[in-house]
Write a protein that binds this ligand. Structure first.
Ligand code: CA
Length: 579
């Protein structure tokens, strides 16, 4: 029986047993039954490589390099990662000259096809503004050294999403490049990649997966809705699925920090880094821990019950207020408290209307990645993205950098992310965000599965936004979507990795087991990267075991201490949160 038939049967039985009036209330509220797992992928062997340029020829696609790569290592971000023998195909699609800005554009890509293939395809969605074809290894989530999708035998694609990184955010002056970045590169590359796979292995992929973090998590959330027919499993990490709104919120944050900055840059501008010293943010983290750490049963430097912490921690009450003119790291001034409270409450316009999302107070506020995103990024990454990519029309004539961030008007300018005009016919909110984000019915009904994870100390994309999204997905599925979509908060983790957290985990294997074996992930074990581990995370507290493990629990469950060794995941269970 197909899933659709199952639903019809369910509704039919309900309709016969109840009056029509009671039908919607009683039956529509029922959660969907879990779909049977999809057939497991079968392994295969690479049959062709160097002649793929001819064998896989497609109109609009140019293969610039096709080579056999022996087993060895591929270095990404300074970290050498093992790679099995594979075929490396590089190329570009849809090369063109923009009639708007006269620049050359193409969707650049590379694909790595392992000789020993596991029968699966993995779309590696990259972060930031894209623009770089990162090595197609396939991330599995979290930080540190780990296996990759390529090592696991997936055929992996990576792309620049339609523009060169050398353009910075200026690709946003071309309307088509905006759409390619938003969703169209994925739509173009997916069938091209599947064709390449079928020519390389003699058959197409049995199962297809899509994964990424940050903007890559956004791509994944978009693909879950727009490309549901093309993918069986979606892995979205720290997803910026409301990226234009989050970027506006970053500019709002810059304005808050500028108001309390104690120093100026050499150019005479407020130095955002001076708004809060590392000691002051460590103080905030300690006060959060004092209120919230033990809510999960153990004071261990990890706040697992984020929801309860919302009402327990009060920055105004719990952080000492400095006497006028005294900032010694043991207090915050009243204006500092207000600035931080505003940022965590979420960006607002002058009428008090929210422009993005709140953020949860958490121990990871002391992380270096938190500082980087909050203080360094707004005048650079966020200002450029809002000016050139997300505003319609682009705000290209304004002074850029910090002056742009500080001059951005939350009343008159913020609505530009929803605007269109004769040249830019889709707004940033349309091309960047998943249409009807909580409607995953297409993915659900074909037996697809989705795993989302998000650091609760992510400084740029809020885990509150992801929790709210997941609650909407729950509501759209009779209050329980866990049969096909699960969200795993990662306590303390900053943006995609780092912070005082167990930030090393393998979500991809969990996803494959769920899709193909029907093993729903009741929890995912994460480990810390303390001193002495292969790629240490300096922010793992010294009083943790360097390889502390914890279960990551599906929202709204919380990793609750049940007794035993406090450094081991086995001493915790995923439980409904205490209020
Ligand atoms: Ca705790």
């Amino acid at each position: 029986m197909t899933r659709q038939q199952q639903r019809h049967l369910h509704l039919g039985l309900c309709a016969s047993a109840l009056g029509v009036a009671a039908l919607l209330a009683a039956c529509a509220a029922r959660p969907p039954a879990p779909h049977a797992p999809l057939a497991a992928a079968r392994p295969g062997t690479l049959q062709a490589c160097t002649d793929l340029a001819t064998r896989a020829a497609l109109p609009g696609t140019v293969y610039t390099s096709v080579t056999d790569v022996p087993a060895g290592t591929v270095t990404v971000g300074g970290v050498a990662m093992a790679a099995p023998a594979h075929c490396l195909v590089q190329g570009r699609m849809n090369e063109r000259t923009s009639p708007v800005d006269n620049q050359r554009y193409a969707v650049g890509f590379e694909m790595r096809l392992p000789v020993a293939w596991n029968g699966r395809f993995f779309y590696q969605a990259n972060g930031g503004l894209d623009g770089v074809v990162l090595p197609a290894l396939g991330g599995i989530g979290g930080g540190g050294p780990r296996s990759s999708a390529l090592q696991m035998g997936f055929a992996v694609i990576s792309s620049d999403a339609g523009h060169a990184g050398s353009m910075g955010p200026r690709f946003g002056l071309d309307p088509q490049a905006r759409l390619d970045y938003g969703y169209n590169a994925v739509a173009q590359l997916t069938p091209m990649a599947k064709n390449l796979i079928s020519k390389a292995y003699g058959r197409g992929p049995d199962r297809s997966y899509f994964g990424g973090c940050s903007n890559g998590g956004r791509h994944a959330m978009v693909a879950a809705v727009r490309s549901a027919q093309q993918y069986d499993g979606i892995l979205a990490g720290d997803p910026g699925f409301n990226l234009p709104k989050a970027a506006v919120a970053q500019l709002y944050g810059a304005q808050q920090y500028a108001a309390v900055a104690s120093a100026k840059t050499p150019a005479g501008q407020p130095d955002l880094q001076s708004a809060f010293t590392p000691a002051e943010l460590k103080l905030v983290a300690d006060k959060v821990l004092a209120r919230c750490d033990a809510l999960d049963g153990l004071a261990d430097g990890i706040v697992s019950n984020v929801r309860a912490c919302r009402t327990r921690f009060d920055i105004q009450r719990d952080v000492p207020t400095c006497a006028a003119g005294t900032r010694d790291g043991m207090c915050l001034s009243a204006p500092q408290k207000n600035a931080l409270a505003n940022v965590f409450k979420g960006a607002r316009n002058s009428a008090g209307q929210p422009l993005y999302s709140s953020f949860p107070f958490d121990a990871g506020v002391s992380g270096s990645n938190w500082r980087e995103w909050k203080f360094a990024s707004p005048p650079t990454r966020d200002a450029g993205a809002v000016a050139f990519i997300f505003s319609t029309p682009p705000l290209a004539d304004r002074p850029q950098g910090l002056p742009f961030a500080l001059g951005f008007d939350m009343d008159r300018d913020a609505p530009r992310i929803a605007a269109t005009d004769g040249v830019f016919r889709e707004s940033a909110l349309s091309f960047m965000t998943p249409p009807d984000a909580a409607n995953l019915s297409a993915l659900r009904d074909r037996g697809g599965r989705m795993i989302v994870y998000h650091g609760t100390s992510d400084p740029v994309f809020s885990s509150d936004d992801t929790a709210a999204w997941y609650e909407r997905v729950q509501a759209a599925n009779g209050s329980d979507a866990s049969a096909f979509a699960r969200y795993f908060p990662v306590p303390g983790m900053n943006h995609c990795s780092g912070g005082p957290a167990t930030d090393q985990f393998d979500m991809l294997r969990a996803l494959v087991d769920w899709v193909e074996q029907g093993k729903a992930p009741a929890s995912v074990t994460a480990s810390a990267r303390g001193a002495g581990t292969p790629v240490p995370n300096a922010e793992v507290p010294a009083n943790w075991s360097p390889q502390r493990t914890r279960p990551l629990c599906p929202y709204p469950q919380v990793a609750t201490y049940t007794g035993g060794d406090t450094e081991r995941a086995s001493s915790f269970a995923c439980r409904p949160p205490s209020p």
